[in-house]
Design a protein around this ligand. Structure first.
Ligand code: AMP
Length: 287
């Protein structure tokens, strides 16, 4: 069955009203398109857990802090629709900018604290844009469940907190990160890397695994594990580290002493491409 592509808010609402009145559950997978097997994991999980699956494809301008990043972002809609059809998606909701923002947006959702560090510190307004578009999508689709990747752990923490604080009636489901065999987390931005840059890219996941190894074998000093992990990243002169932080998994605030589960998150630049990744580390657990 082909996925049905819908660009209008009214039309997707009408289609889903019928689904809901017949008692069927709805799962939403919000994406910016350029779909890959990582998104596929989210879709598969949504397919298993719901009667009807909606994938939204929308490159959201208000979450980009740099115009060139927005312009360069890949937009292969027809292959995305084929991908969704193969995965048994019912609806692809692919609105235009005018459909989502028919007038200047004057209402924004801001999740304080959780969105301040890591990407929030280096991409001003990013999480405000993410939280705002996600609440719009949740209001349009009104799903029972919405699926987000661990790959964007801070985004997930922001959305969990937003839906809890604003009493949005949806379950947020976390899906583990899918990686290439060399450790690189799948990302739509990977296709922007040259073949030389692609060779270097797995260094980020290696640096994060270094933290996981140290924490699992009993190191509790965050500054020590951070230093060791930066040593891995600094191996390659082409890599520019934007941040590498050890944070609490829910509040995304830095920790000094690792006494419980922590998340290590990093962002690096290779040439003109920015890559992010993170992993959960549990003291005393082997990764
Ligand atoms: P994006 O299209 O990059 O906004 O991503 C849409 C969703 O897919 C987000 O919830 C991401 O966290 C998730 N995602 C992206 N890459 C991966 C991956 N490698 N593994 C699992 N989920 C992913």
């Amino acid at each position: 069955m082909n996925a049905k592509v819908i660009a209008s808010i009214q039309e997707i609402r009408d289609a889903l009203a019928t689904v809901r009145t017949t008692g069927r559950t709805i799962g939403l997978v919000p994406t910016m398109g350029a779909l890959h097997a990582g998104h596929g994991r989210l879709i598969e999980t949504a397919r298993r857990e719901n009667d009807c699956v909606v994938v939204s494809v929308f490159v959201n301008p208000i979450q980009f802090d740099r115009r060139d990043d927005y312009d360069r972002y890949p937009r292969p809609l027809s292959s995305d629709v084929e991908f969704c059809s193969r995965m048994g998606v019912d609806y692809v909701f692919a609105p235009s900018i005018e459909e989502m923002y028919p007038r200047p947006q004057r209402t924004f959702v801001e999740v304080t604290e959780v969105s301040e560090r890591l990407c929030g510190q280096f991409r001003p307004g990013h999480f405000r844009g993410v939280a705002t578009v996600v609440v719009k999508l949740l209001n349009i689709v009104q799903p029972d469940r919405a699926y987000f990747g661990e790959k964007d752990a801070q985004q997930l923490a922001v959305i969990r907190r937003m839906t809890a604080d604003l009493n949005v009636p949806v379950s947020i489901v976390e899906v583990p990160t899918l990686r290439e065999s060399d450790g690189l987390a799948l990302s739509s931005r990977n296709q922007l890397l040259s073949s030389e840059e692609r060779q270097i890219a797995p260094l980020l996941s290696r640096a994060l695994r270094k933290v996981q190894d140290l924490v699992s074998t009993g190191e509790t000093r965050a500054d020590v594990v951070k230093r060791e992990s930066l040593r891995v990243l600094n191996e390659h002169p082409e890599v520019r580290v934007e941040y590498l932080e050890i944070v609490g998994p829910e509040d995304m605030q830095p920790v000094d002493q690792i006494t419980g589960p922590i998340r290590v998150a990093g962002a690096i630049w290779i040439g003109k491409t920015r890559l992010i990744d993170n992993i959960l580390c549990v003291p005393g657990a082997t990764g």
